[in-house]
Design a protein around this ligand. Structure first.
Ligand code: RIB
Length: 275
């Protein structure tokens, strides 16, 4: 691709563009690419493998110089078949593809410890830890280990990432209405935390007096519109910059041996009014 055949186009595949985390990541990637004279072809795979397949074919047909993907409905083989330089975010594709993530495990520990420090004892994790290696699962493991170290029992309420916000809200409403002891919730992302806060408000449960809540992501959007939410902040701008840098390296030398394939970026606890 260094023989004058570059199209100066990069493809990016995300799981869900309406989520502010992915929107902010895309904005960061697009800005850096634009500064360097590249154009971005954005594909919202919508967690649909057929769609992801068609998008991959489209990127191939457009002869993009490389691909950034965070949606892995498709396995490594499909990506390898396309034979383009590729970098991945959030989800592991293979040890041959560089992956950039936040320190999800440590974030899970920080969030749980913040609830414990605030006096919580009956803390639920709300999220959908499923596939090994996905970000939610790492957050969940951080939660489990921190609860165990504190000698506290752990509890999980699954709220599938794939489910609609309505289904999530109903599940959380049931949890809040049940007679289970519950004084703190670690939600696997901020949007889930917002749904939970809404249900608590409807039920007259006071936050943080009766219930403490912390989320994960810390997007600018949520911090602007719900500045009281405690959360774990992912360094979204840094994630975007690193993804682009690694992709440029792959484009310059696609066969370069990877000394390191996993890049884990630090997260920060944002203490706030909900804890
Ligand atoms: O809110 C979207 C979530 O999906 C983010 O936390 C991101 O890291 C991914 O797991």
């Amino acid at each position: 691709s260094l023989q004058g055949k570059q199209t100066k186009m990069i493809g990016m595949i995300v799981p869900n563009i309406t989520n502010p985390f992915f929107a902010e990541l895309v904005a960061g990637v697009e800005q850096t690419l634009a500064d360097d004279g590249y154009r971005l072809l954005l594909c919202d795979a919508d967690r649909d493998s057929d769609k992801e397949h068609r998008y991959l074919q489209m990127l191939e047909a457009n002869q993009v110089d490389g691909i950034i993907t965070g949606s892995h409905n498709l396995g490594l083989e499909e990506y390898q078949r396309v034979g383009l330089p590729i970098v991945s975010f959030d989800r592991d594709l293979s040890d041959k593809v560089p992956i950039v993530t936040s320190d999800n495990y440590h974030g899970g520990c920080l969030a749980t410890q913040a609830l414990i420090d605030a006096g919580c004892q009956d803390i639920y994790f709300v999220g959908n830890p499923s596939k090994t290696g996905n970000p939610t699962t790492k957050r969940f493991l951080g939660y489990m280990d921190t609860m165990a170290s504190a000698g506290l029992p752990s509890h999980t309420a699954r709220s599938a990432f794939y489910e609609s916000p309505l289904a999530k809200s109903m599940a959380m409403r049931e949890l809040l209405q049940s007679d289970r002891k519950l004084d703190g919730v670690f939600c696997s992302d901020d949007l889930t935390a917002i749904l939970l806060l809404k249900q608590a408000q409807r039920l007259g449960i006071r936050v943080p007096e009766d219930l403490k809540v912390i989320g994960f992501d810390g997007t600018k959007l949520v911090q602007t519109y719900l500045p009281e939410l405690a959360t774990i902040v992912q360094p979204i701008g840094d994630l975007a910059a690193l993804l682009v840098k690694l992709l440029y390296e792959r484009i310059a030398d696609p066969d370069k041996h990877l000394d390191k394939n996993s890049y884990v970026m630090p997260v920060k606890l944002l203490r706030n009014q909900t804890i």
